[in-house]
Design a protein around this ligand. Sequence first.
Ligand SMILES: Cc1cc2nc3c(=O)[nH]c(=O)nc-3n(C[C@H](O)[C@H](O)[C@H](O)COP(=O)(O)OP(=O)(O)OC[C@H]3O[C@@H](n4cnc5c(N)ncnc54)[C@H](O)[C@@H]3O)c2cc1C
Length: 383
Amino acid sequence: MPGKKILILGGGFGGAKAAITARSLLPVEHEVTLIDRNARTYVCGAMPLLIVGEREAEKTSRSLGRLAHRGVNFIQSEIKHLDLASKTVRTERGVLEYDYVIVGLGAEYNWDAVPGSRDAHSFYNIDGARRLRRRLSRFRRGRIVIAVSSTPYKCPPAPYEAAMIMRWHFKRTGASKDVDIHVYTPEDAPLPVAGQSACEELALAMAKRGISFHPKAAVNEISKDGRSAAFTDGSSMDADIVITIPAHRPASVAVEASLTGGKPWVPVNPATLETSMAGVFAIGDLNMVPMATGRPIPKAGVFASTEGDLTARVIASRILGTEPPPAFPGEGLCYLAYSGTQSGSVSGRFLAPGRPDVKFTRPSVSGMRAKERFESDWRRFRI
Ligand SMILES: Cc1cc2nc3c(=O)[nH]c(=O)nc-3n(C[C@H](O)[C@H](O)[C@H](O)COP(=O)(O)OP(=O)(O)OC[C@H]3O[C@@H](n4cnc5c(N)ncnc54)[C@H](O)[C@@H]3O)c2cc1C
């Protein structure tokens, strides 16, 4: 059998898992190549702890070069263009052909969607998280506003997690009574995907910690000096630190290749994650897998990883002529830390008929141990 070329675009949660699974299933005559602009990637789930000094950047990253030990070719390069007609990918380091391509380029941030957000604070990437950490380390009194720009955004619990971790941090530093924390979101309740009782528990947990929650209000402008935010409900708030959850959109390479087909995110067959083009798969944050409610499955690393694994199995079954794997199950678990020592979680079957069947687990020390194991497994490419 002539060797096939499998190209994986993006080495995040989804791409790395796809590469490892494809390599483990396919004989060596088939090439598995992963391309990413970065040599190192970061586990974003650690960012809310990193901003208060509870995680170190080196310990929250992994080197994609290490995939070579598993037989995966890794190319560090910017991907310029995906040409579906000629089945090629143009990178800064040349043009590559493929028989199968897995697009795992993630969501990118649209800083222009909310004027002023580019210069405001954010913990949604490593550089922003490091800058915010420096600011928080000197912060003793004043107001912090955490403001969601639009939905969907990565890791729906992250704004609430960050607010509660900050409260815990300021209690430790003795500044808590002088720090006022507010969270704004366009949604009706915190974490609607987890159901009403989870929303009530989370709202109560924030209220107990003196965190003010403002639903139905997306941030739509931040002043030039970064000290005032305006919201879609007509309100505004002055603050010493404004932190935004930026507007998200699919990676531009996928949009320019017309994979979105005029939709906000890349439509896929929910069972296989294949796009409308045969042999072209879209996994993770940039695709749209609808839940029974019609809303997209949350943008989370656990789903991206399961999807990467599944697409690699689908491709291997087609090359080897074996049984295809079972459909994408839509099951997953995300941690929600309340402090540096305790974490809860949100888990369940997100593609259950009717509505997502989701369980909300209260914070505990053992929950934090499980979160730490998750981060450590991720660093070792086990996730
Ligand atoms: C603050 C925060 C907390 C989070 N917490 C959790 C959590 O607790 N649990 C959880 O499961 N998920 C969490 N997430 C979500 C999780 O990080 C994402 O859902 C996951 O990373 C998506 O994986 P992906 O493979 O689709 O994309 P990514 O991981 O974003 O990977 C995309 C890759 O593509 C590369 N790329 C993009 N464009 C190009 C190009 N043109 N050329 C070359 N390379 C390119 C990027 O460099 C990147 O490495 C969190 C996210 C944030 C921001």
